[in-house]
Write a protein that binds this ligand. Structure first.
Ligand code: GDD
Length: 316
């Protein structure tokens, strides 16, 4: 079966491509002409990559008509929360219009693939401790343009299933990390800074933002297996949290990374890393997804952090 991954050159997309190859699928992906391809270098001969911009309907339609995928994993997005305050229009356009283009191209092609859409725990936004662990029924109180874009993607998935019988599965994924994670995201950023300090490439100072926030972390390799299971076992139109059900304070995550290294560092808050409104607490309830698919995370987060640090040690 042909499968199509949008965002194949990205972090989760590249891990998903490797997972789907191991399952014997014909893996296709799309990338913009200027996308960096280092994440797919190791297996690029085994996949087919098409040039496409999800904001351009004609370009999306051409790929859908050609590949006729049996499954689509829609991961392409403007995914960095802080950028969404600096570039809200770009964030909303890429994330919302990009998804609409895929849905419309699928309708026009007259095919009925399973479509997994990468929604986000950021949609829950402002959460009170008493409301955790967060279920799919929790209120959505978005705190960034990014979160609003993901709510729109999420609800479009619902609406297109209801209106046109598209087989959309909405996965609200909590934070996922591991090797290849973009360097702007906190685990990867701290690991890179430590690796640079180890090699004396920068003074022994780690710059940080809000260390009090808490995140529910899962390894990316567990998450992509979850995405595949979502298209195998979930119900069209439904929404599922994918998360570990365990939260880490960002400060504790940093301390764990530091415990893997011999460097002695000073920790300095960088005002530019603070957000206009941060989501302070994300702790999910994965019961619905686990019940439906049998999925459970297999990689401990300590191992994820170790792998991320080693990834940067090989690169800086
Ligand atoms: N990026 C970053 N850099 N974040 C920092 C830093 C820093 O130096 N210091 C503290 N933080 C805090 C942020 O304020 C936030 O509370 C937390 O660390 C995690 O930040 P990110 O790793 O940037 O991820 P995120 O939680 O904003 O968003 C990620 O997870 C979402 C799912 O919950 C992204 O992958 C989103 O695309 C995804 O939807």
């Amino acid at each position: 079966m042909n499968v199509l991954i949008t965002g194949i050159t990205g972090f989760a997309g590249s891990h998903l491509a490797e997972f789907l190859l191991s399952k014997g699928y014909e893996v296709h992906g799309i990338k913009r002409w200027r996308s960096r391809t280092e994440n797919i270098e190791g297996f690029k001969d085994k996949i087919q990559v098409h040039e496409c911009d999800i904001k351009d309907y004609q370009s999306v339609k051409k790929v859908i008509d050609k590949v006729k995928p049996g499954k689509i994993f829609h991961l392409a997005a403007q995914s960095f929360v802080p950028t969404s305050w600096n570039a809200p229009t770009e964030t909303i356009t890429t994330n919302v219009l990009g998804e609409l283009n895929i849905f419309e191209a699928v309708r026009e092609a007259g095919i009925t693939p399973w479509i997994q859409i990468a929604c986000s725990s950021e949609e829950y936004g402002l959460v009170h401790e008493s409301e955790t662990p967060m279920k799919e029924t929790n209120p959505l109180r978005p705190l960034s343009p990014y979160a609003v874009s993901k709510i729109a993607q999420d609800f479009l998935g619902y609406q297109y299933t209801q209106s046109y019988k598209l087989n959309v599965v909405r996965t609200r994924t909590f934070n996922h990390e591991g090797p290849r994670r973009g360097e702007v995201f906190v685990t990867s950023n701290f690991a890179k800074q430590i690796a640079e300090i180890e090699k004396s490439k920068k003074p022994p100072v780690i710059y940080v933002g809000n260390l009090e926030a808490r995140r529910d972390y899962t390894d990316v390799r567990d998450i992509v297996r979850g995405y595949w299971l979502a298209t195998e076992k979930c119900i069209a139109g439904e929404v599922y949290n994918i998360c570990s059900g365990r939260d880490w304070k960002i400060k504790d995550m940093l301390n764990y990374l530091l415990s893997l290294s011999k460097v002695k560092v000073e920790i300095k808050q960088d005002p530019a890393r603070m957000r206009p409104s941060d989501v302070e607490l994300l702790l999910g309830d994965n019961t619905k997804f686990v019940k439906q698919t049998g999925w459970k995370p297999e990689i401990k987060f300590e191992k994820t952090l170790e792998d991320t640090l080693n990834y940067w040690r090989e690169r800086v």
